[in-house]
Ligand binder design. Sequence first.
Ligand code: HEC
Length: 103
Amino acid sequence: MRARLLHLLLAAATLGPIPVLASPISYALPAETAAFKPGPNLDVVKNNCSACHSADYVSTQPRGAKDKRAFWQAEVTKMIKVYGAPIADTDVAGIVDYLATAY
Ligand code: HEC
């Protein structure tokens, strides 16, 4: 029994690589369920905040910060400084306005 298995393994090994026919796999991704709330500067926010993660990251933040503006300013600064988000200085105020108002 053992010898037979060894034989089979040897045979398989000497056959060399077995050609695999690759065919494209297509699958449908689920629709994006997270979306930014409507509001002024939404386009700026979408342009700057959608590249790395979904809008969930914004909508799941704890609510009720004492100073929403400071909270979101810190978040945006973190995205730029820590995570390297390429956000223009001139866009930051509009983004913070939007976030502090909509969330
Ligand atoms: C360059 C990529 C990048 C861009 C662009 C970006 N983020 Fe992030 N963001 C990250 C990473 C990385 C994390 C941390 C992910 C993790 O912890 O899983 C994160 C996390 C977050 C979080 C979760 C809380 C936290 O501090 O970790 C929030 C809120 C957030 N981002 C908001 C924003 C907003 C608002 C924008 C647009 C101004 C933005 N992000 C743009 C990379 C990015």
